[in-house]
Design a protein around this ligand. Structure first.
Ligand SMILES: [Zn+2]
Length: 158
């Protein structure tokens, strides 16, 4: 684990703030080849850490780019992540040996940004038109599906 990922809680006990500026290696994501997500860009983090009551507060801007796979056209595309003033609160009693390694929570924060069905455009797949002709048209008369006389055989003429 990189030294820069550690926050030494004892140094903050007197109301001090620790400034965090780091470029984290994308290996932090620890992704597997079979995952639909890959990370090649470093993760830029900047912000601060301080103690408030019984919590260590880590407040960061997080910027990185992941490569995702479009859920519609299956093409790989770049997905930028820009988190502003993202805040993590860690109970001091959960911090072992006075050292909090924030890489884990940064990783989690980024992965949570990934949509359930990523699409390669900003909000929609850019190649939808190519795909749509292969997609089944939504049934226009789903209410009649119980009606045995109107069975629809999409491949009957193949
Ligand atoms: Zn797409």
């Amino acid at each position: 684990m990189q030294e820069s990922l550690k926050i030494y809680v004892d140094r903050l006990k007197n109301g001090e703030e620790e400034t965090i500026t780091a470029k984290l290696d994308p290996s932090l994501f620890d992704l597997k080849k079979e995952d639909d997500v890959s990370a090649k860009e470093p993760i830029q983090v900047s912000g601060k850490a301080y103690i408030a009551g019984d919590f260590l507060i880590v407040e960061l801007d997080i910027d990185t780019t992941l490569t995702l796979r479009c859920s519609v056209c299956n093409r790989a595309f770049s997905f930028a992540i820009h988190l502003k003033q993202w805040i993590h609160e860690e109970p001091l009693e959960d911090i072992k040996h006075g050292i909090f390694e924030y890489g884990v929570v940064v990783r989690e924060a980024c992965l949570l940004e990934i949509p359930l069905y990523p699409q390669c455009g900003v909000s929609l797949c850019l190649h939808r038109d190519e795909i749509e002709k292969y997609l089944k048209k939504p049934s226009e008369d789903s209410s009649k599906q119980e009606d045995k006389s109107s069975h629809y055989y999409p491949f009957a003429d193949l």
